[in-house]
Design a protein around this ligand. Structure first.
Ligand code: GDG
Length: 737
């Protein structure tokens, strides 16, 4: 039976050594908390690190650690202290984490860290491959494992792989500063489905893929030579029921069952009736805006002294990544700030900030969520922020106010919260006043809406959605209309070639026989190609026709000595073997004077684009333009032109990063069919990569072998991945001659 393999840096459990005993505790953090229920309820295994380095586990306990993990359907990846230093504290947390959260001044580019990151990613991928069986679904998580999807793909090309990024994906302008940006993108693109929390992160990722790797991006799909990768947003939810139930239980506790923390909180509430508790919970991380939050609280008290003794900030900061210098500095900064502000405002009965620097058991977390009146969450950047969602889920009386930073992914779905800019102290201070004064009725109204949404889009729903979309990519793959030319299919084509008496091969040029280049004039045929075409053409039973959109002069010069038959400009001109060019249709070019200035205007406004002038057509190339701007301008130009040329017997062809205006009576299908008239070909083969080749694929007889280059929607019967495969096939033909 197939299973799901979850891979994340850390396992959802932490193993500690106590003498000769092992103690297992759940790990803290958004990913572990969120996915635990999906893992528990489904048929899955989870691969990750236990939190103990190789050196920390005594020899006699090594097996026990593995066993402990196995009882929880987990598989441990063994990492040494050196690997953790370079991979986790190093590249993950000193390069990717700050960069992806826009903290460029904290971002390091250490080659040694990068090397360790690569080798540890390989380690994870190897562990996955040990457990992988065909039919399993693989789900890789987060920024520590960006290279894993492609590492798995290389060994298991048929695998169904999903990747989810739990942190923001930065804008292209920021991402491009990473020295290893290509490798990172290629690593992630090993997946079939790439998920982000918000559409903004998705958009940033797609933009980087199209600008840096120059791959074709259509809406949310990326076309690779051999696959299509889908990118989508899935805002992660929480295990709503778990938090709701815990809150219900909390209120049912008898006095004896209450925790010490709860007793202290109750004591405070009794001593100062009417006073408000403001809650803040985060890992101690510079992205969470904790220091700014404390300063904003100071600003609030400075400007609203009437709240002295009336509000208290309850702050839980969970220790995190304390090996990284910025985190150590931040810890000192927060200690100092809390000390200074408590010193400044405290009275005999009251301290403004209660500060806890530790991890608390789940029950205490619930004590805090349920006892506080306001949650103040002000991250500078945050992929999602589950604390905001958990706070709302525990408000079973539907009272309480959430103040949330607009920089958290969660802000996109939590409009009913008071949304603030974390850098604007005035706004935070006003939001605090509004929250404290908010009538209960309004609180209930807002929370009702929030709860309804969170209940519906829970973490289970999130995981199901991701998994069914991932499954969809598999169906998509299966339903791909054309058939890949495998060695078996290739044998069948070769047999048909062998059996036939009179053959014709229609070969498109750019993107088929040669790769695209920045400038069309650079795509000259190489000697090997010329020799190959000559060889095919030398056989008296085989006619070779190069059928291209190129102008006749270029094509004619490049193929001068080979004497192969040429069709240029999509069929406007034909040059038979050893003959002169003939105009194949009654086409005109007097329209050019009107159309050229319109295109020139687009060239002026769109850097990197240019006009190619052919005898009977004009082409606007935008391959070198900024990809997004290029697409926008291509749409614009296409509609302007369509309006301009209507009723003139002209058409606009949308090719691969090119728009071409030409007479509508001409296309490759018509030109190819004309060649067939009066000839008894019993083997017809046509190959091309472009939209304009589709005319051939559609209009040639049914028994023709039609082949698309690249994975795109097509009317061709077969496809091959790239130009290299095209040459392989032509070489096989040549061997038969
Ligand atoms: C990353 C992204 C994204 C916190 N303190 C304690 C404790 N927690 C639990 C909370 C919550 C989780 O940890 C924190 O999740 P967040 O989402 O707020 O933040 P990150 O850890 O930074 O998570 C984030 C997330 O991944 C998911 O994709 O939302 O943007 O940065 O569940 O309850 N749990 C316990 N004791 C604590 O002291 N037991």
């Amino acid at each position: 039976m197939s299973k799901t393999i979850i891979i994340s840096n850390r396992l959802p459990l932490q193993i500690n050594i106590d003498g000769d005993d092992l103690e297992v505790t759940p790990s803290v953090g958004g990913l572990a908390t969120g996915l635990k229920s999906f893992h528990r309820d489904g048929d899955s295994i989870w691969i990750g690190w236990t939190g103990l380095t190789e050196e920390e586990i005594p020899e006699n306990l090594k097996n026990d650690v593995k066993e402990k993990a196995r009882t929880e359907a987990c598989v441990s990846v063994n990492l040494t202290a050196e690997e953790i230093e370079g991979f986790y504290y190093g590249f993950s947390n000193r390069t990717i984490w700050p960069l992806f959260h826009y903290f460029m001044e904290y971002t390091e580019a250490d080659k040694a860290h990068w090397e360790t990151y690569k080798s540890v990613n390989e380690k994870y991928a190897r562990e996955v491959l040990k457990h992988y069986k065909e039919g399993d679904q693989i789900w890789v998580h987060d920024y520590q494992l960006l290279l894993v999807p492609n590492l798995i793909r290389k060994e298991a090309p048929e695998a169904i792989i999903g990747f989810f990024n739990h942190i923001p994906f930065p804008s292209y302008e920021v991402f491009r500063t990473l020295p290893w940006r290509e490798e990172v993108l290629e690593g992630v693109l090993g997946a079939d489905l790439i998920g982000f929390h918000t559409y903004d992160y998705e958009r940033h990722f797609l933009s980087s893929v199209s600008r840096i790797l120059r791959l074709q991006v259509d809406f949310n799909e990326i076309t690779l030579p051999e696959r299509i990768v889908k990118v989508d947003s899935f805002p992660m939810g929480i295990d709503y029921e778990k938090f709701e139930k815990a809150a219900i239980n909390h209120f049912e506790n008898t006095a004896e069952e209450q925790s010490d923390l709860q007793r202290r909180l109750d004591h405070h509430m009794e001593a100062t009736p009417g006073a408000k508790l403001i809650l803040s919970i985060d890992r101690l991380d510079y992205t969470k805006g904790i220091a700014n939050r404390i300063r904003a609280f100071e600003y609030f008290l400075d400007n609203n002294p009437e709240f002295i003794e009336k509000v208290r900030l309850v702050m839980l900061a969970v220790p995190s990544r304390s090996n990284v210098p910025q985190y150590q500095r931040l810890k000192r900064e927060i200690d100092e700030l809390v000390g200074r502000i408590n010193g400044k405002f405290s009275t005999v009965n009251w301290t403004p900030i209660w500060y806890f620097y530790r991890s608390m058991p789940f029950e205490n977390l619930i004590d805090l969520y349920t006892s506080c009146d306001v949650a103040l969450l002000t991250p500078i950047r945050d992929g999602m922020n589950l604390v905001a969602k958990e706070f709302i889920a525990t408000r079973i009386k539907q009272t309480g106010v959430l103040i949330l930073s607009e920089m958290a992914g969660a802000a996109h779905e939590m409009n009913e919260a008071l949304i603030i800019n974390p850098n604007n102290f005035e706004q935070i201070s006003e939001a605090l006043q509004q929250a404290i004064a908010m009538p209960e009725e309004e609180q209930v109204q807002r929370n009702k809406m929030l709860q309804k949404r969170l209940k519906r889009y829970s973490v289970e729903k999130w995981a199901q959605d991701f998994m069914s979309t991932l499954q969809g990519t598999r169906d998509n793959r299966d339903a791909f209309k054309s058939t890949r030319i495998s060695s078996k299919v290739s044998d069948e084509i070769m047999q048909a070639f062998d059996r036939s008496k009179k053959r014709i091969l229609f070969l498109d040029y750019d993107g088929t026989l040669v790769n695209f280049t920045d400038k069309p004039e650079h795509a000259k045929p190489d000697t090997e190609l010329i020799e190959l075409v000559k060889k095919l053409n030398s056989n008296q039973h085989t006619d070779v026709v190069l059928i291209s959109g190129r102008d006749k002069n270029t094509l004619g010069t490049w193929w001068e000595e080979s004497q192969v038959e040429l069709i240029s400009e999509h069929g406007v001109w034909m040059r038979k073997q050893n003959k002169e060019w003939e105009l194949s249709e009654n086409v005109k070019n007097d329209w050019m004077e009107t159309v050229r200035p319109v295109i020139e205007n687009f060239v002026d406004r769109t850097p990197g684009t240019f006009i190619e002038e052919k005898n009977y057509s004009l082409a606007w190339h935008y391959r070198k333009a900024d990809p997004e701007l290029g697409e926008i301008r291509a749409n614009e130009l296409s509609s302007v032109l369509k309006e301009l040329i209507s009723n003139h017997g002209l058409s606009v062809l949308e090719g691969n990063k090119v728009l071409e205006i030409k007479s509508s009576g001409v296309n490759k299908g018509k030109a190819a069919n004309k060649k067939l008239v009066g000839n008894n070909y019993d083997f017809i083969f046509a190959i091309g990569d472009d939209w304009t080749d589709e005319y051939m694929f559609r209009e040639l007889p049914e028994d023709a072998f039609t082949v698309k280059v690249g994975i795109k929607k097509t009317s061709a019967q077969y496809y091959v991945e790239d130009t290299k495969r095209v040459r392989d096939i032509l070489n096989l033909f040549a061997e038969k001659i």
